[in-house]
Design a binder for this molecule. Structure first.
Ligand code: GLN
Length: 484
């Protein structure tokens, strides 16, 4: 009931693309109450959960924030959805995102931007439009980004691309949510919205039914208010899935958050390459304070080097565009998705459908990917980027095998930026700046956790990130819990 109230009062933030009908939410809540009375409650019984709108939900539209899929109702549930449902969770709805997960601000969705709920807390400094979905989403032929520039309004963005999922938790419309994390899309909005964001080890959670962006980096991400909540959801979600051959067959569940963690046995690494230009003084001092605090409590803290981290962004973009070019060929207007143009010429039908269905960010990445994959460029771009990716992964391996347990870094350079600043540059430029600390973990497939630790002088959340070796979630979550 509480979540439904919050959902109602925060509709102008444009958090959800689709809300599940109130009646069915209330019915599910009633059956959960009964399960508790009968003592048959399951792990997530009665817990309101939201899903990013790139997870397939049977019979419920799944748009990826794109005109291409506005009318798409999948015939099946993503494994993450069915696992949560079978553990008794109540699905609240599908959350807004950058089109197909390509972005770091949640401004590039065909239904308009997501507004950070923290604007409501610091509202004396900002002014939020009354209704994003109806006012900004008019049919004036403006792109969602242009629609953000409404006179007399300025507001803090919520990060992206899983901005809706982070905002849904921050606004109290659910207790946990799923995002996806290909280059930071769970951790970036978690940082700006002041919630916990977990990018698990690649292969721990099934991607079946998560509409792909970059198959070799995509993972379902978990957002929640606390590390413990995050761990409970992780335990419900983790494990092998016959429908995703990249999931691990070993069982790692249950992950536990230890209350009695012995920090004196812990060796924390501070990667020196993460001192990037553009980092705010407040993020830098939070990073230092936290490292000092761990050291005072007995942990060993040393500087480490991940020498190839600086190549990460460029390498990520080459690989991302290549996989996008290949993945997005499925949207041809024939089998599913938007269909436009004359049906007399197949070529024209493809071209029209893809031109009208995708925004310019998506089309740009498809074009770039096809260019990198041309026979004459394949070696120079794609294969080279694959080799650099290996070097980036090896940097992590070397750090962890030299005795480092966890790396401590910022998640984002600053607190949530203002939309007026963010829209001064294009999607590509912003992704390059925003994803700097998050993409390395995706390249290496290692787990990472974003933790909100403090409020800035503007009253906005500031977060740091822990990165651990493959399958080190229990340790990472325990240290995260100690820090929060
Ligand atoms: N900003 C990155 C991109 O646009 C992150 C994507 C993601 O993690 N889904 O590619």
């Amino acid at each position: 009931h509480n979540c439904l109230q919050k959902l109602k009062y925060t509709r102008n933030l444009n958090i959800y693309v689709t809300e599940v009908q109130q009646d069915s939410i209330l019915n599910a809540a009633e059956s959960s109450a009964q399960a508790y009375r009968q003592g048959s409650a399951k792990l997530l019984q009665g817990i309101p959960i939201a899903f990013k709108d790139n997870f397939c939900t049977k019979g419920i539209s799944t748009t990826c924030g794109s005109k291409m899929l506005l009318n798409y109702k999948p015939p099946y549930n993503a494994t993450m959805v069915s696992k949560c449902m079978s553990e008794g969770a109540i699905i609240m709805g599908k959350t807004n995102l950058d089109e197909f997960g390509m972005g770091s601000g949640s401004l590039d969705s065909c239904i308009g931007p997501v507004i950070n709920p923290w604007n409501l807390v610091v509202s004396n400094q900002t002014s939020v439009p009354d209704s994003v979905s109806s006012e900004l989403n008019g049919e004036q032929g403006l792109s969602p980004r242009e629609q953000c520039k409404v006179e007399d309004t300025d507001w803090y963005i919520c990060g992206g691309s899983s901005g809706g999922s982070a905002a849904a938790v921050a606004a109290g419309t659910c207790l946990g949510s799923f995002g996806s994390d290909t280059g930071g899309s769970t951790r970036n909005p978690a940082s700006y919205c002041g919630v916990v964001g977990l990018k698990p080890t690649y292969g721990l959670l099934s991607r079946h039914g998560l509409i792909p962006l970059v198959n070799s980096m995509d993972v379902p991400g978990i957002l929640a208010r606390t590390v413990e909540d995050c761990t409970i959801i992780l335990n419900a979600a983790a494990g092998h899935d016959v429908s995703d051959s990249t999931t691990v067959t070993e069982s790692y569940v249950p992950f536990t958050v230890r209350e009695d963690i012995d920090l004196s046995k812990l060796h924390i690494g501070i990667p020196k390459e993460f001192h990037a230009p553009g980092m705010s003084e407040e993020v830098l001092s939070l990073w230092k304070e936290t490292a000092d605090c761990l050291e005072r409590e007995g942990a060993k803290v040393s500087q480490v080097s991940l020498p190839h981290a600086q190549q990460c962004i460029i390498c990520y973009h080459v690989l991302c565009c290549c996989e996008v070019a290949s993945n997005f060929s499925r949207y041809d207007g024939i089998e599913f998705g938007l269909r436009c143009g004359s049906e007399e010429s197949t070529e024209e039908l493809y071209a029209e459908s893809r031109h009208k269905g995708f925004n310019d960010v998506v089309r740009g990445r498809i074009l770039a990917g096809n260019y990198f994959l041309l026979k004459r460029n394949y070696e120079k771009y794609f294969l080279k980027a694959q080799r650099v990716r290996r070097l980036i992964s090896n940097d992590f391996k070397n750090a962890f095998s030299s005795g480092i347990d966890l790396l401590l870094t910022p998640t984002t350079l600053t607190e949530a930026p203002l939309v007026s600043w963010f829209t001064k540059a294009d999607n590509r430029t912003r992704c390059e700046e925003q994803d700097i600390f998050t993409t390395p973990a995706n390249m290496a497939g290692v787990p990472a956790l974003s933790l909100p630790l403090k409020l800035s002088s503007n009253g906005l959340p500031l977060s740091l990130q822990l990165i651990g070796p493959h399958f080190s979630e229990s340790m990472m979550l325990s240290v995260g819990h100690w820090l929060e």
